[in-house]
Design a protein around this ligand. Structure first.
Ligand SMILES: Cc1cc2nc3c(=O)[nH]c(=O)nc-3n(C[C@H](O)[C@H](O)[C@H](O)COP(=O)(O)O)c2cc1C
Length: 182
């Protein structure tokens, strides 16, 4: 028997990312778990409007989305604890800036350079609909065909009810392997 738990947002766990953007000519970093996939070439990052990072995203229309693995977690967590409005977070990570212009974390296993396509506004939040311009991956997480191997990468997951970080688990099976047998 199910119990109604109000209109609780229940879509967890989600992968955790560090969002990078230039704010006032300096890199700033923010940790985000409210992320989503749109079609095959766009992603969504949902940020509270008051965050310092948003100022840079709104101004430049560019951001980097850095997947968090366990190596990156400690610094990523710091990016989620303090605002760039209060503390300079520009040197929290080693970074590179290429011709696109959004700062990217050198240590991140995967980085997507994104251009803002649209902003969906809700009460207190700006959800950025972003087109992926280029994706960079560390070679050791790529399989023989050049595809990302998430079993090697092991992205850190975020869940709200315990406000905790989760590790990805075991392989259950191949997609459609169950359905095709029925
Ligand atoms: C685990 C975790 C997940 C977070 N996810 C989000 C998120 O999805 N959206 C958001 O707006 N803030 C999120 N935050 C909060 C921001 O990362 C945090 O307020 C940050 O300090 C804002 O930095 P800024 O003001 O420099 O932009 C999260 C924080 C933590 C610790």
């Amino acid at each position: 028997m199910k119990k109604q738990i109000k209109n609780t947002l229940a879509l967890y766990p989600t992968p955790l990312v560090v969002v990078g953007a230039m704010v006032d000519g300096k890199p700033n970093w923010l940790l985000a778990g409210h992320v989503g996939i749109i079609g095959h070439d766009r992603i969504m990052i949902s940020l509270a409007s008051s965050h310092y990072t948003n100022q840079g995203i709104r101004e430049t229309g560019k951001l980097s989305v850095n997947i968090v693995d366990e190596n990156l977690l400690s610094k990523a967590d710091r990016a989620g604890c303090v605002s760039g409005a209060k503390e300079d977070k520009s040197s929290l990570f080693d970074y590179v800036i290429d011709d696109f212009g959004a700062p990217m974390i050198g240590q991140a296993p995967i980085v997507m350079e994104c251009a803002v396509d649209d902003i969906y506004l809700t009460d207190g939040f700006e959800s950025y609909i972003c087109k992926i311009n280029r994706t960079f991956a560390e070679e050791h997480i790529l399989g023989p065909e050049g595809k990302i191997n998430y079993r090697i990468l092991k992205p850190v997951l975020f869940e709200m009810p315990t406000y905790g970080y989760l590790r990805t688990g075991d392989v259950i099976g191949g997609c459609t392997s169950f359905g095709k047998k029925q």
